[in-house]
Design a protein around this ligand. Structure first.
Ligand code: NAD
Length: 978
């Protein structure tokens, strides 16, 4: 930008306006105008991680000291990052020549407190900044948007490069290829470093293969095709290209890329903002990954094509002809390869001059970035198809074992995908902004049903099992197909009835009625036993729907983590002034539920000591970062915890040991935790709890050989465990039962005072239920994480006073990986839910999120469940087992116009033990949705407040009064509405 504008002694260049001189008093205005005018990006917003990368890099550039700005600017960026305040940065409209002018201007606009993102900044309790001379310009000049994306892409590309080797090795085994071409001597004779590395990786993966040994002799085939034998040459070259791009990106990360630059002795104007190095790097990444994708697709073809696969069945089908097997995934891969190749056309050679031809050669870096991102996504999907096909191929070669590395890859694949034992639909939910159904509620039901069965979400999708043992989304595959078909044609004034996972009728109702009504597993009282249920299930007449499985609103394990976070939060509020900082929580069990405890405790700023007998469970929680560190030494564990407590550090420690032994020893030593609970599976003394003195393996052996002896020892240990809990309680530990029935088992074993330990619901959850508070969740139907993050910000904007909620949202964004469609859960109460739901509807209406949002909840909620062993244990008026309340809840939500309503039996605690209702509503931005949301989200928690008020809880009576909930029996008595 050669022409010059003189500002406070700086010579700045502004295209055709360069001759204009700016008076000193106009400096601030100029800086503001610079930002306002450049904040003109268009198109879909960048993903949150890309925005965060851009922000971090921008702060990094500004602290170099060559930009001539005050430290307050990078400081505010870092504060925004820490507070999870991310501006919405449009992805298109930047040519990348003076750097990423438009994307950076959108960040700057938020920082000066303007626009919707400026409001978010204020809502995040951050103070907007006032720009001084040059600061506006320093802000918008630079390559951080494209460099941020390039650095994330480089990282992901290397992960994919390694994964592509794992897939290639498994494919080679599946088609019984030879590893000879990977001999080191061949590659040392042509010593490109990454070709050598690639061959070495393949050799490692294939070492020790029985499959290889089975065809070493007398193999009539001479040589494998290039897609198998030239893998190191092709992937090696891909690696060299990635390394070249990485070099450029790495230099750029710490480079000064704005203009002019301020040095000790001069202010110099140059062209460091020009994005060519990064644009070129991104194009190279795209070309390299398109090559990788093409190679992977060719190997898929070799596995599924019976003429090329050396004996595998056609398309890997169990019953070729009747079934299509992997025929269609290969088609999908072919389509994706074609797209990769179209996108691999370079952007960095597509210069279109701008700024009156002042910027006459521009790099188009952002275009290169989104292209590379899309190629990467496609290539990852193709490699995923290859992994599935190759793993399926290995099924046909059993009992021969593959190489050890391939064996590990196979095991990783099987953790998430069962072998194909017959054609089944691909059940991941459709995404995007275009609906296939006639209305958004039907579309939402369809997507959520499919999302429940997404392999990322469901435990056993092939059996339609979502979670909780046998909790299913539909009765069988024909029922699933019929539900989907019906939803696709269901009119806006019709309602579909689903009986235990099978669609049984469609009736004309009216537009504001629910589109689906669901009843699962309900049995008349006298017949409400597992025995009867199993027999009816065997006859194909009934289905167990758990809670959110059969009502199509399960969102993965986030719910467990959040529930535990809320419980620990309630403990902190009641006993420790709102935080667990400087407190030690002692507990047991790192299983399916219990594994959430360490992270939930550290999210509440506390120290957590978890005792778990199975080292493999400890290891898994370390790997998923739910647990920070582990040891088998009690001394070490106690020392770590006490150090962290003194320092006020949030740390979780897994101690490999048996609770019955460890807790008794802690009593002997006089160690008293601040809070104490347990989530070992004590509810099942045979298959769950492990008796003192036994390893997991020894326990399994005893369980098989002498089950009665096992139970005796188990119950004895449970008694010792609870005795120790009682001793610690008496010494001051805040102690509670966490729903694992450990008190009953101990009482039956002779610990008469076991029930001195209170249950967690009456103690901590019921006070929340009295306020209408319960687990509330929502899902972005677009599938776009950016939409979900916008809703995260909305929650924080609406409830800035909820510190606990703010902490949860921030940590959830950091620690919770989405499973299936992006979802969020948090606890909101009466009034708050309706406010949030209507505000979400407005976001959709204003187009701030790209597609409608589904809002639902667990059946475990304030007014929707009768479950005397858990949620309604020890009600003040003795109404624990009365199920009129959940029935009224379902009827009320139907009358109020929820999107779909469900009523189930047996969720959580089993058949005979609970009855409960669910509702899901849809915010599609329409006025009708606004009305329905207002009604449902007011009435649904409202009946919970009424239920607890009826039982006599003063907090609930108060809440009813505050929220204007009419309680007829109290009217005229000085209660609400008198
Ligand atoms: P799980 O079976 O997956 O895990 C239990 C863990 O306890 C296992 O890892 C096991 O190795 C360990 N363990 C068993 N005996 C032990 C001992 N003596 N010492 C140390 N570790 C031992 O079960 P889960 O899904 O994590 O559930 C835990 C308990 O919580 C169950 O009893 C379950 O019924 C109950 N639960 C509570 C709620 C709730 O809302 N609070 C909800 C569902 C389930």
């Amino acid at each position: 930008m050669p022409p010059t504008v003189t500002v406070d002694g700086f010579s700045l260049r502004f295209g055709k306006l360069a001759h204009v001189r700016i008076k000193p008093e106009q400096t601030r205005e100029l800086q503001l105008n610079l930002i306002r005018s450049h904040a003109s990006g268009v198109g879909e917003p960048l993903a949150v991680d890309a925005v965060r990368a851009m922000m971090l890099l921008r702060a990094n550039v500004l602290v170099r000291g060559t930009s001539g700005v005050r430290p307050a600017l990078p400081e505010l960026i870092v504060e925004m990052l820490n507070a999870q305040v991310h501006p919405r940065v449009p992805s298109q409209g930047s040519v990348g020549a003076s750097g990423d002018l438009a994307p950076l201007a959108h960040l700057a606009l938020a920082m000066i407190g303007e626009g919707a993102d400026g409001a978010a900044l204020r809502a995040g309790r951050l103070r907007p900044i006032t720009l001084e001379a040059k600061e506006g310009l320093a802000f918008v000049n630079g390559t951080q948007a494209q460099t941020g994306m390039a650095s994330l892409l480089t990282h992901d590309a290397w992960v994919l490069w390694r994964t592509a080797h794992a897939a290639a090795a498994m494919s080679l085994e599946a088609v019984r290829g030879t590893p000879e071409p990977f001999d080191a001597r061949i590659h040392d004779a042509r010593p490109h470093p990454l070709q050598q590395r690639s061959a070495a990786l393949l050799r490692d993966l294939l070492a020790g293969s029985e499959i290889r040994e089975s065809h070493r002799e007398n193999d009539p085939r001479v040589q494998d095709a290039y897609s198998l034998r030239c893998t190191p040459q092709v992937l090696g070259a891909v690696g060299e290209a990635l390394a070249f791009a990485e070099g450029l990106v790495t230099t750029e990360l710490n480079a000064a890329t704005d203009n002019p630059l301020v040095f000790d002795d001069a202010i110099l104007s140059g062209g460091n903002f020009h994005g060519q190095p990064i644009a070129l790097a991104l194009d190279v990444i795209g070309i390299a990954l398109a090559t990788l994708a093409g190679l992977a697709e060719r190997r898929i073809e070799r596995i599924v094509n019976p003429d090329l696969s050396s004996g595998l069945p056609p398309f890997l089908a169990r019953d070729p002809g009747v079934e299509s097997g992997f025929m269609i995934p290969q088609i999908a891969a072919a389509a994706l390869v074609a797209e990769c190749r179209v996108l691999a056309t370079p952007a960095s050679i597509q210069s279109v001059p701008t700024e009156g031809n002042q910027e006459d050669i521009v790099p188009m870096g952002m275009t290169a970035a989104w292209k590379a991102e899309r190629i990467l996504g496609n290539a990852a999907r193709i490699v995923a198809v290859e992994l599935l096909a190759a793993a399926q191929g290995l099924e046909f070669l059993k009992p021969l074992k593959p190489g050890q590395g391939v064996g590990r890859t196979y095991a990783a694949v099987r953790k998430v995908a069962a072998p194909l034992d017959g054609d089944r639909p691909f059940t991941a939910a459709p995404r995007g902004t275009v609906k296939s159904c006639r209305g958004w509620i039907q579309e939402a039901a369809l997507r959520m049903l499919m999302n429940n069965l997404d392999p990322e979400v469901a435990e056993r999708p092939q059996d339609l099992v979502v979670y909780g043992g046998t909790g299913k989304a539909a009765r069988d595959w024909p029922s699933f197909d019929a539900i989907c078909r019906t939803l696709l044609t269901l009119a806006d004034d019709e309602t579909l009835l689903v009986q235990s996972g099978k669609p049984v009728g469609v009736f004309t109702t009216h537009p504001e009625a629910p589109r689906v009504l669901i009843a699962n597993a309900n049995l008349v009282g006298r017949w409400a036993t597992w025995g009867v249920f199993r027999e009816l299930e065997r006859q194909g007449l009934i289905m167990y729907g758990q809670m959110t499985a059969g009502s199509w609103i399960y969102i993965g394990t986030q719910g467990i983590l959040q529930g535990t976070y809320e419980t620990f939060g309630a403990v902190a509020r009641r006993h420790f002034g709102g935080s667990l900082r400087g407190r030690i929580v002692l507990t047991g069990g790192l299983g399916g539920m219990g594994g959430a405890q360490p992270l939930a405790a550290t999210m509440n700023e506390g120290v957590c000591l978890v005792v778990e007998v199975d080292p493999a469970r400890v290891q898994r929680r370390l790997e998923t970062r739910y647990l920070d560190r582990s040891t088998a030494s009690l001394d070490e564990a106690v020392r770590w915890c006490e150090d962290a407590k003194r320092a006020g550090r949030a740390v979780s420690v897994g101690l490999v040991g048996n609770c019955a032994e460890v807790l008794s020893e802690l009593v002997r030593r006089g160690f008293v935790p601040d809070a104490l609970t347990d989530q070992t599976s004590a509810h099942d003394p045979l298959n769950g709890y492990i008796p003192a003195g036994l390893s997991v393996e020894a326990a399994a052996a005893l369980r098989r050989s002498a089950p009665a002896e096992y139970v005796k020892r188990s119950v004895g240990s449970i008694a010792a465990h609870v005795e120790a809990m009682l001793a610690l309680k008496r010494r001051g530990a805040v102690t509670f039962d966490y729903g694992n029935n450990i008190r009953t088992e101990a009482r039956d074993a002779g610990v008469a005072d076991a029930f001195e330990i209170p249950g967690f619901v009456p103690e901590y959850i019921r006070p929340l239920f009295c306020e209408g508070k319960g687990p509330f969740r929502w899902v972005a139907l677009s599938g776009d994480a950016t939409d979900l993050h916008r809703t995260d910000r909305l929650v924080l904007e609406l409830f800035p006073e909820h510190e606990h909620l703010r902490r949860w949202i921030g940590l959830a964004q950091e620690r919770v990986a989405f499973q299936g469609l992006p979802a969020r859960i948090c606890w909101l109460g009466q009034g708050e839910r309706a406010r949030f739901g209507c505000a979400l509807n407005d976001l959709v209406k204003r187009g701030e999120i790209s597609a409608p949002v589904v809002i639902g909840r667990d059946h475990l909620d304030t007014g929707s469940v009768a479950s005397p062993f858990r949620e309604t244990e020890a009600m003040q008026d003795g109404s624990d087992a009365i199920a009129d309340w959940p029935i009224l809840n379902a009827l009320l939500n139907t009358a109020s116009g929820a999107g779909w309503v469900s009523f189930h039996h047996g969720g959580g605690v089993g058949i005979g033990n609970s009855l409960h209702a669910g509702q899901v509503s849809v915010a599609d931005g329409s006025p009708s949705a606004g009305r329905r949301l207002e009604r449902v989200l007011t009435n649904d928690p409202g009946i919970g407040v009424a239920r607890h008020a009826d039982a006599g809880y003063p907090e609930a009576i108060d809440a009813a009064h505050r929220h204007g909930i009419r309680l007829p029996m109290r009217e005229g008595e000085g209660g609400a509405h008198d």
